[in-house]
Design a protein around this ligand. Structure first.
Ligand code: NAD
Length: 497
């Protein structure tokens, strides 16, 4: 059992993990996989086994989609007044809040996420649930239409069972962003969490049952991409599909949904830039940029991984950033002194080291070399932050590394900076840093992506759409009123006089 000297494991967390193998939640029941297969889930900070988890097979996934279909058709979930459904979801938000410390420990241990960040993620799920419940209460569900010679109106109705496949970097937060609008609109859901981080999803589905959300409304099918994720994406019983993850897998999901003509939204990777002009407070900006690239050990889709810096402040900014990165305390996620935790698994560890090697081989200069990090008493997947510099054609500047590796390059004028930002296939989020607000808004509108941030990075206020373009996303986005609308289909009703 993993234990930290600084943060003892809560008895509820220990009891949950001791139920190993942890089962799926299908139709309100805890269900083992049809062939008895399980897979291990480990603490990235110590490589210790947290629990075995049941690996759901294609027939199990089929059962889950059917359970979601039955809950949609046969319970009152989809048809009950929005305030009744909202009251149940508010009870779920309250129950998560009461167990915030439990969720945070589960999430921290499973994802290798610094405990304080995990607490923030849990609060974010609570806030997102409440945000969409409130919104669903106030959106007009029927609109009278002006139709010559007829009485007509448009109605907004839930679709039915919706599928969700998630990555491992923000397991609970992303569940909140994606299923909250679907549920508030009256749909039912089947969640396939990432195989590295299934625990919080299972705990959440159990809690939903406890607070009285009808069986089958929230189903969780843990397992690997193949066969579990693939079976969900290809299931013809879904009415909508949402995928968050890499562009490579996103293409497969879109192809599978296309075959069934199931509408799909994809939230994919990124290679975000931060453009820094020479009128900024250099020390303050260095602090913010280092904060952005080391937040959750750089495993953040929209983080600023390319720093495009005006040549006049380039040497000073690079020096200050390298100093800050060097001083950062890499440590165990449950240790309150740690500022940056491990990466999630061996594959991700090797990926980060591989990009550092290839980047150097292609001519990048190491302003800070990075590499493996050691943490006393913990055999985890720890890496040091790294800062590479050079041409943006370098592999480390072009491809998503998903680790604490920033790539820095200098620019002479605004037009060159914008060209450098846009020299990528990705289009998730960028930022511009300057005191000149006219310039800030001008540059913000020229950077091709779903989000442009000014003098900040990695900010996600509820109500502001977050959606990638190009290789970073397709068909939707999250966090805004449009996301709720996505989970209602439109029906036109016309009556002859
Ligand atoms: P991934 O694409 O490897 O896996 C994501 C999910 O897809 C996992 O649950 C996995 O089991 C599943 N999967 C894998 N193969 C599958 C298949 N053949 N069929 C169905 N499902 C399959 O991504 P990852 O490594 O877990 O996460 C990192 C990626 O996620 C990065 O590219 C990151 O930028 C992206 N991401 C994007 C956002 C966003 O909001 N745009 C948020 C977080 C992460």
């Amino acid at each position: 059992m993993p234990l930290s000297a600084s943060t003892p494991l809560l008895p509820e967390v220990a009891a949950f993990l001791s139920e190993s193998p942890l089962k799926a939640v299908i139709g309100g029941k805890d269900v083992a996989s049809s062939n008895g297969e399980t897979f291990p889930t480990r603490d990235p900070g110590s490589k210790e086994l947290l629990a075995e988890v049941c690996a759901m097979q294609a027939d199990d996934v089929d059962r889950a989609v059917r359970a979601a279909g039955e809950a949609f058709e046969k319970t009152s979930w989809a048809t009950m007044p929005p305030d009744e459904r909202g009251a149940m979801l508010m009870r779920l938000a309250d129950a998560v809040e009461e167990r915030k410390a439990i969720f945070a420990q589960i999430e921290a241990l499973d994802a290798g996420k610094i405990l304080a960040q995990a607490e923030w993620d849990v609060q974010n799920l609570i806030d997102t649930l409440r945000y969409y419940v409130q919104m669903a209460l106030h959106v007009e569900r029927r609109t009278t239409l002006a139709a010559a010679g007829f009485e007509a109106y448009a109605a907004r109705l839930p679709w039915g069972p919706c599928g969700f496949i998630f990555p491992w970097n923000f397991p609970l937060l992303l569940i909140g962003w994606n299923i909250s609008p679907a549920l508030a609109a009256g749909n039912t859901v089947v969640i396939k969490p990432a195989e590295d981080t299934s625990l919080s999803a299972i705990y959440l589905a159990r809690l939903a049952r406890e607070v009285g959300i009808p069986d089958g409304v929230i189903n969780v099918v843990p397992g690997p991409g193949e066969p579990t994720g693939a079976a969900l994406a290809a299931h013809p019983g879904l009415r909508r599909m949402s995928f968050t993850g890499s562009p490579e897998v996103g293409r497969r999901i879109a192809a599978a949904c296309g075959r069934n003509l199931v509408p799909v939204k994809l939230e994919l990777g990124g290679k975000g830039a931060a453009v820094v002009f020479d009128d900024v407070d250099v020390a303050q900006t260095a602090e913010k940029l280092v904060g952005a690239i080391t937040f959750h050990t750089g495993q953040v889709c929209c983080t600023a991984s390319r720093w495009i810096v005006h040549q006049a402040i380039y040497p000073e900014l690079v020096h200050l950033c390298a100093e800050r990165m060097k001083a950062l305390r890499v440590g165990y996620e449950m240790d309150s002194a740690a500022q940056m935790g491990p990466v999630v698994n061996e594959k991700q560890f090797q990926r980060v080291l591989g990009y550092l090697k290839r980047g150097r081989e292609e001519g990048a200069e190491a302003m800070l070399p990075g590499g493996p990090a050691t943490v006393a008493g913990r055999d985890g997947f720890y890496v040091q932050p790294a800062l590479l510099a050079g041409a943006l054609t370098n592999v480390a500047a072009r491809e998503e590394i998903f680790g604490p590796v920033a790539y820095v390059a200098s620019f002479r004028d605004e037009a060159e900076a914008v060209r450098m930002v846009n020299a990528t296939d990705y289009g998730l989020a960028n930022s511009v840093w300057t005191r000149d607000l006219t310039r800030a808004y001008r540059v913000a509108e020229q950077m091709a992506a779903g989000s442009s941030w000014i003098n900040c990075h990695n900010v996600f206020p509820h109500g502001v759409p977050y959606a990638g373009i190009h290789k970073s996303g397709l068909g939707g986005g999250v966090l805004s009123v449009e996301t709720l609308m996505d989970y209602w289909r439109n029906l036109s009703v016309v009556r002859a006089p």
